[in-house]
Ligand binder design. Structure first.
Ligand SMILES: [Zn+2]
Length: 387
């Protein structure tokens, strides 16, 4: 395996892909009116089990990250504030401001410490499980906006950063991080942009939050390389499947092969899907499955995390399909009845959820959304490939 030529696909599956989950995501909610009031990871788990794709031997219950682990990236004051917020269900006005908690989409809720600490513990476990080789999936991970000393954009901790730090601690030498969430992966970029051994690449919607965020240096622009090792592809609205395929072939894979990572981390946010209410991107889930499929086998260690995703049907179906791709399972055109029942039991307090289309219930597959590769996409790729 060590002798595999650069860029050549090879099977690294010394063991089966591993799935990290927890029941905490089923029970807890950010609050009734929050976009994350929907079940996401639990839907993915339930669908995978209904399909017979998730035997117990592949499933790991996510541990809670320890304070010491969290402190690899986060400040002790901030960790303590989150614990206090969970215990008291409130913070002082000054603390709310300092830590950006209880405001700006970062609510104080019953599991405000344990839930993100579980997602982080999962991503750290993922790094441990791939210490030698393998594929690990933690769909609760991908909270890419988290900052060392405050919450940002629904993200309390930054589990991708904690995952990458653990990978480096465990001997990874070169980590390639690809982020296909509709929002810029600003927290991860800023954590590693100056380190020569971690390359971060974010494909996200141009002009969408957090591009003007105070802390992110006007992030998400083409020119922003965060000290050297970050690359950004801020794509226009109506970004389609053909354009994602083009970006992978013309830009992501060449950069990846040139960098020569031993580990790949994919943040697979599902909010760039056409059915998602939070972005104007126009992808079908097949485009994201192909992203994961093209990365599989390109490095000995591969970790896939979740991310955004605010339509319970589209996120659950997309992430179950990712697990199928990682395992090499065929995705059937029509789901068996137990899986359909899981999807029919979902509800969504959003206008788009009033008359859900049939395919949200009966299949994992979205209708494909091909289209022209627009000149601005080619321009972005040319700019990003510039040395
Ligand atoms: Zn997002």
């Amino acid at each position: 395996m060590e002798n595999a030529p650069k860029g050549r696909r090879y099977k690294s599956l010394t063991r089966e892909p591993q799935f990290i989950g927890s029941e905490i995501y089923r029970r807890s909610t950010y609050g009734m009116r929050h976009p994350l009031a929907i079940p996401r990871v639990s839907t993915c788990i339930d669908l995978c089990r209904a399909m017979g794709w998730l035997p117990d031997r592949q499933y790991h219950d996510s541990p809670l990250a320890t304070d010491e682990q969290l402190a690899r990236f986060h400040t002790p004051d901030y960790i303590a504030a989150l614990k206090r917020a969970e215990a008291d269900q409130t913070l002082s006005a000054e603390e709310r401001e300092t830590f950006n908690l209880g405001r700006n989409g970062n609510p104080i809720f019953s599991e405000v410490f344990r839930r993100p600490a579980t997602a982080s513990g999962g991503s750290i476990l993922a790094a441990q499980l791939v210490a030698n080789a393998g594929v690990v999936y933690n769909p609760a991970g991908g909270t890419h906006h988290g900052r060392p000393d405050h919450a940002s954009g629904f993200c309390f901790f930054n589990d991708p950063a904690l995952c990458i730090l653990e990978l480096l601690d465990k001997g990874a030498e070169r980590v390639f991080y690809l982020d296909v969430d509709a929002h810029h992966g600003d927290g991860v970029q800023d954590a590693f942009g100056e380190r020569g051994n971690v390359m971060t690449l974010s494909v996200h919607e141009n002009g969408r939050w957090p591009m003007n965020a105070r802390e992110s240096n006007g992030s998400g622009t083409l020119e922003d390389r965060a000290g050297g090792m970050a690359r950004n592809l801020p794509v226009p609205a109506d970004f389609n499947d053909s354009e994602m395929d083009y970006i992978m072939e013309a830009c992501v894979l060449p950069l990846l092969d040139e960098f020569g990572p031993d580990t790949i981390v994919l943040q697979c946010g599902a909010d760039g899907l056409a059915d998602d209410p939070m972005s104007r991107l126009d992808l079908s889930n097949g485009a994201l499955w192909r992203v994961a499929g093209r990365l599989l086998g390109r490095a000995g260690k591969f970790i896939v995390l979740g991310g955004g995703g605010y339509n319970p049907w589209s996120v659950g179906r997309c992430w179950a399909g990712i697990w199928a791709v990682l395992n090499g399972y065929d995705i059937p055109d029509r789901l068996p009845d137990p899986a359909i029942e899981i999807l029919r039991a979902l509800s969504w307090r959003h206008s788009k959820g009033r008359n859900p289309p049939d395919y949200w219930m009966t299949t994992l597959l979205d209708p494909a959304r091909p289209g022209p590769v627009r000149p601005e996409i080619r321009d972005i790729v040319a700019e990003v490939l510039r040395p």
